[in-house]
Design a protein. Sequence first.
Length: 283
Amino acid sequence: MKAYVSVDMEGLPGIVSPLHTSPKGFLHEEARRIMTKTVLTVIDELSKQGFDEIYVADSHWYMANILYEELPENVYLIRGIPRPYSMVYGIDKSFDAALFIGYHARVGSRNAVLEHTYSSTYVRGIKVNGVEASEYYINALVAGYHNVPVILVAGDNKLGEEVKQRTPWAKYVGLKKSITRYAAINPSLNVALKKLRNGIKEAVKDLREGKMKPLKIKEPVEIEITLPNSGYADIVEYIPGTVRVNGTTVRYVAKNIIEAYKYLQATVYIASALDTLITTLLK
């Protein structure tokens, strides 16, 4: 059997601060160890459950956080940026299941630790066919496009509310309880990882019993992105097919979720290019 594991950082136990998530933060090495230990637990349990081929997508920030030398032989590590489809690069119909680990609530969620969607710098909101979207939701739709079910999601309790609504068949493992954007109640790492193991066992059992299904969306797919200011929208509007909704929001109708994901990535990269240009002019 073949599994796809996408791993973010903000939803992992113990992670509460930009000092954890930023490579320049003095807590970042602790976060990398937590991320790696969590991944090793997932790999070990999936292997015990009969998965002999496991792809792990390092999906946080610069996407090279997991300690590569710690991984066993049956694992392929996807790391580095930029890459198409970002957090779910390489997923296709050959996979039996997908798992999303360390995921977090969407941008604007109340009292949700380190909430954001895709880019905390350049995105203030995303809607997909009118639905306010998180990274979990968009990535689950990409998996579903390839007929791959997301069987387990693990993160903070606020994301759990969305998972139960959008993919009620998927197992959700709460790794911590959010207090505010920068605070959470965290169990010991060992307790969190035991919960994760049990969740994987239950999810695989349900997969074998035919209870899991891919998440689908009606096509064409309309994606609407709200940016931090009108300057970003001014240049994103250059992308053919873009409709300007208002000063800070753009809309694009894609033929499917794959094309919509490409538009999202292009929007963020173009917005970041504007920052680079302004910074260069100010030197």
